[in-house]
Design a binder for this molecule. Structure first.
Ligand code: IPM
Ligand code: MG
Length: 358
């Protein structure tokens, strides 16, 4: 299958994990065209921007983008990949590979997915400001409970959380079809909606309501709803009961970091951002500057993000082969990185995966 892939290493540990992904893809001899245009801190010093126009153009023309991680200067990369390209679904699998370092007594069988609405909620940047501005622009507004106006709050800041009907609707349509597909491949077929609708009955009430309308069209699926506080606890206690969790942007951000620890931590957690112009795939972890250029970072999250790209392309055999190679390296435990209690370098782990691919 001929595909054009753009690799954006980004900053911090991003380029290192991307080097491993590059070696893995090259080794699989897929006939992909792989481009590595400038981006991030390196591009900033040379072109005066973390995201040069030429890089944007290549991303738009590509079949997929692989992104490593970005520091603050790379915020424009994230804004472009998520919002300008409108990749509104963020898929964050949480799956245990025996051999990975888990704090649980028995993590075998943990295999669920967090679907994070990726376009609205408290994101993107820019909907914050001084309460005084709100008080001035909206003098007659009163909150529903105490009847306070903005000026009664005194000096401070506000943030606006947006939940739209159309944004939630497209998310829930995706969530239901995704859960159905998982059921067809042997999973529970359960959608768990997570909100804080007890405190946010309007915004999260809308989110939950649309989930409940959409799921009715799928009598073959089961459904439940939990508040996020309850969910944080359930995730630790009953992780094997989870199948597909759908939630809003920031809750998904928070819960996916927590969930990653069940199965080995952020070094293992991949993600896919899809639904928009060009899909992109990135580890859940950030740029982790303190681990950069030391050869210690775990490239699993990046490798498994490439596996998610194969899934997205419908390249089932390649996805399975790559996942199997990764899981064998964990099962053997000889080439694990520091975060997993091993001593292998980033490259040694990657090479071990490549050897397993044969
Ligand atoms: C993530 C990250 C980002 C987010 C940051 C870097 C803005 O934490 O992808 O999970 O909050 O979405
Ligand atoms: Mg995050």
């Amino acid at each position: 299958m001929s595909k054009k892939i753009v690799m954006l290493g980004g900053d911090g540990v991003g380029p290192e994990v991307m080097d491993v992904a590059y070696d893995v893809l090259k080794n699989m001899e897929l006939g992909f065209e792989i481009l590595k245009p400038p981006c991030g801190e390196m591009a900033l010093s040379k072109y005066g921007t973390a995201l040069p126009d030429e890089t944007i153009k290549l991303c738009k023309e590509a079949d997929a983008v692989l992104f490593g991680a970005g520091e603050k200067v790379s915020t424009p990369i994230l804004v472009f990949l998520r919002w300008e390209m409108d990749n509104y679904v963020n898929i964050r699998p949480v799956k245990y590979y025996p051999g990975a370092s888990t704090p649980l007594k028995d993590a075998e069988g943990i295999d669920f997915v967090i679907l994070r609405e990726n376009s609205e909620g408290l994101y993107p940047w820019g909907r914050e400001g001084d309460i005084a501005r709100l008080a001035e622009k909206w003098p007659d507004w009163r909150d529903g409970l105490l009847g306070k106006g903005f000026k009664d709050y005194g000096t401070g800041k506000f943030a606006i959380r947006i939940v739209t009907e159309s944004g939630t609707d497209r998310m829930m349509k995706f969530a239901c079809t995704y859960t159905k597909k998982r059921k067809e491949s042997g999973h529970l077929g359960k959608l768990t909606c997570m909100t804080k609708s007890n405190v946010l009955p309007e915004s999260d009430g809308l989110f939950q309501g649309i989930a409940e309308t959409e799921i009715k069209r799928y009598p073959e699926l089961s459904y439940e709803h939990f508040y996020i506080d309850d969910m944080c606890r359930r995730l630790l206690r009953y992780p094997k009961d989870m199948d597909v969790i759908v939630t809003s942007n920031m809750f998904g951000d928070i819960l996916s970091d927590e969930a990653s620890e069940l199965v080995g931590g952020l070094g293992i957690a991949p993600s896919a951002c899809i639904g928009g112009e060009t899909p992109y795939f990135e580890p859940v972890h950030g740029s982790a500057p303190k681990y950069a250029n030391r050869g210690v970072i775990n490239p699993t999250a990046m490798i498994l993000s490439a596996k998610m790209m194969f899934d997205h392309f419908g390249m089932e055999d390649e996805a399975k082969a790559l996942e199997k190679a990764v899981s064998e390296v964990y099962r053997e435990g000889k080439y694990l990185t520091q975060d997993q209690g091993g001593r292998a370098t980033t490259k040694e782990f990657g090479d071990a995966v490549i050897r397993k691919l044969g």
